[in-house]
Design a protein around this ligand. Structure first.
Ligand code: GEK
Length: 242
C-alpha cells in the first residue's frame, strides 16, 4: 500500500481546521503516528504479545479505533488460541476502506473490519479489548459508559489495553512533558510551525486526562487492577484486568 510523508501542516494555514481522520490524514497516517507518538512501534508489538497471552479460545479480541489496523495485525500474529476472532472497528470510512484493501494482501488474516462508532457497537465474549489512542477522541462525558460496556463484554480473566496521551495535575510536570513531546517531534523532522498548527487542530478534539483520572474511572466501572506498563513522556499505555 502506498502512503506518503506527513506534510499536512508544513505550510502556514490561515485558519487551522479541527483535526479529522479524512482521506488526507489516511494517506500519511503511518508516518504521522510513528513520528508523533513516542514509542508507538514498541506499544504495537507489545499489544501483540499481550493478546498472545490473554486471547482465549472461542472468544473475540476487539481493536476499537483501529485506524489502519496495526494493533489488529500485531494481535493476529501472536494469538495462538483456537477460534479467537479479531473485530476491528473505526468510524472513519477512509481508514476502514484503506485497512480493508490492505488486508487483501494478507490471506487468512480473518479480521472483521467494521465501520461504526465504538459507542454504538456491542461488545460480547471478549478476551482482549484494545483502545490504542482512541478514548482520547471520545467526549469525556461518554467515556465511563463506553468503559462500562467494555467491562461487561469482557470474559473473566479479560484484558483491556488503554493507551492515551496523558495530562498531568502538576503544572510544572505538565509543561515539561509537553515540551519533551515537542522536542521528540522536532527530532522526528517536524518544524515548530507544523507542531503548533497540529496542536491547534487537535484542540477540543483530543482531550487528554491524567493517569489518576483514568485509573479512577476504570476502577469505578469494575476493573480490579490498573497499571501503566509503558510510558514515554506524555504517552502511556495501561493494562486493566477484569
Ligand atoms: C493504531 N488504534 O494505529 N468510533 C470509532 N472510531 C473512532 C471514534 C469513534 N467514536 N473516534 C475516533 N475514532 C490505532 C490508532 S488513531 C490515534 C488510533 C491517533 C478513530 C479515528 O477515526 C482514528 O482512526 C482512531 O480512532 C484514533 O493503533 O491518530 O492519535
Amino acid at each position: 500500500m502506498q502512503f506518503s510523508k506527513d506534510s499536512i501542516y508544513a505550510n502556514p494555514l490561515g485558519q487551522v481546521a479541527a483535526f479529522n481522520f479524512d482521506e488526507a490524514v489516511v494517506d500519511v497516517f503511518p508516518d504521522m503516528i510513528q513520528r508523533s507518538v513516542p514509542g508507538y512501534s514498541a506499544m504495537i508489538s507489545a499489544i501483540g504479545l499481550l493478546a498472545g497471552r490473554f486471547g482465549q479460545d472461542n472468544s473475540y479480541c476487539y481493536d476499537l479505533g483501529c485506524s489502519l489496523g496495526a494493533a489488529s495485525l500485531a494481535m493476529r500474529q501472536q494469538i495462538k488460541a483456537e477460534n479467537c476472532q479479531i473485530v476491528a472497528v473505526d468510524n472513519s470510512e477512509a481508514m476502514v476502506s484503506r485497512f480493508r484493501s490492505g488486508l487483501q494482501a494478507i490471506p487468512n488474516a480473518q479480521i472483521d473490519v467494521q465501520c461504526a462508532d465504538i459507542r454504538d457497537i456491542e461488545i460480547v465474549n471478549a478476551s482482549v479489548v484494545v483502545l490504542n489512542f482512541t478514548l482520547q477522541f471520545i467526549p469525556i462525558e461518554d467515556r465511563e459508559q463506553l468503559l462500562a460496556k467494555i467491562w461487561q463484554g469482557l470474559l473473566p480473566g479479560g484484558l483491556l489495553i488503554l493507551s492515551e496521551k496523558l495530562a498531568f495535575d502538576d503544572d510544572k510536570q505538565h509543561e515539561l512533558q509537553m515540551d519533551m513531546h515537542h522536542l521528540f517531534k522536532k527530532a522526528q523532522g517536524y518544524s515548530d510551525m507544523e507542531i503548533s498548527q497540529k496542536r491547534t487542530a487537535l484542540e477540543n478534539v483530543l482531550i487528554a486526562e491524567s493517569f489518576a483520572t483514568h485509573r479512577q474511572r476504570l476502577s469505578k466501572v469494575g476493573f480490579s487492577s490498573v497499571e501503566v506498563w509503558f510510558q514515554y513522556f506524555n504517552f502511556a499505555s495501561m493494562i486493566a484486568l477484569k
